[in-house]
Ligand binder design. Structure first.
Ligand SMILES: Nc1ncnc2c1ncn2[C@@H]1O[C@H](COP(=O)(O)OP(=O)(O)OP(=O)(O)O)[C@@H](O)[C@H]1O
Ligand SMILES: [Mg+2]
Length: 156
């Protein structure tokens, strides 16, 4: 079985962490690393260090022979996702995406209803940056989780 990296792609509130939790998956999570490194899941100052640590841990997992590694971060743009294709190439992995295609209004509603809240203006800014994953980008498989919970999958 080929090793793989599975990237979540989706806005805050789109359901990424809930999806992993429901399945008993422990992903490499940027929010968890914000807590570990900066004592605060909402800390936005140390992005570079947070993602450096996340990818370091991913490379360690691959070096240790782990077959599947999940990344729980928004991964909204191609440049953000490109790092993982580079790592995958080095370790002979495939890259898959799970795309959380919840409309902005749904993400906003869920975001308002939870404890750790992303500011409204940040939600709008992030929504404008969101670029859905495509097979052309290099993903071997893209699973889309729709707003009603249905999933569809495309494979390269
Ligand atoms: N399918 C769903 N239906 C209804 N509510 C959901 C669903 N998925 C998640 N939620 C709720 O929406 C809120 C946000 O979900 P979650 O924390 O999984 O989002 P997230 O994508 O991980 O956000 P972030 O990027 O900010 O970490 C939570 O309160 C969660 O309970
Ligand atoms: Mg989350």
């Amino acid at each position: 079985m080929a090793k793989k990296i599975v990237l979540a792609v989706g806005l805050p509130g789109s359901g990424k962490s809930t999806y992993f939790k429901k399945r008993g998956i422990v992903p490499l999570s940027s929010d968890w690393l914000r807590v570990v490194l900066a004592d605060d899941a909402t800390e936005q100052r140390f992005q570079k260090w947070i993602f450096m640590a996340l990818r370091y841990l991913l490379r360690l997992r691959l070096a240790l022979g782990r077959h599947v590694s999940y990344i729980d971060a928004t991964n909204l743009t191609r440049p953000e996702r490109r790092h993982y294709f580079r790592i995958a190439k080095r370790y002979g992995c495939e890259v898959e995406a799970v795309y959380f295609d919840a409309p902005l209004e749904v993400c906003q509603r869920r975001n308002r209803a939870r404890g750790r809240r992303v500011p409204e203006e940040a939600m709008l800014r992030l929504a404008a940056r969101l670029c859905p994953p495509t097979l052309a980008e290099g993903f071997r498989r893209i699973t889309t989780v729709h707003a009603d919970g249905r999933t569809t999958t495309v494979v390269a």
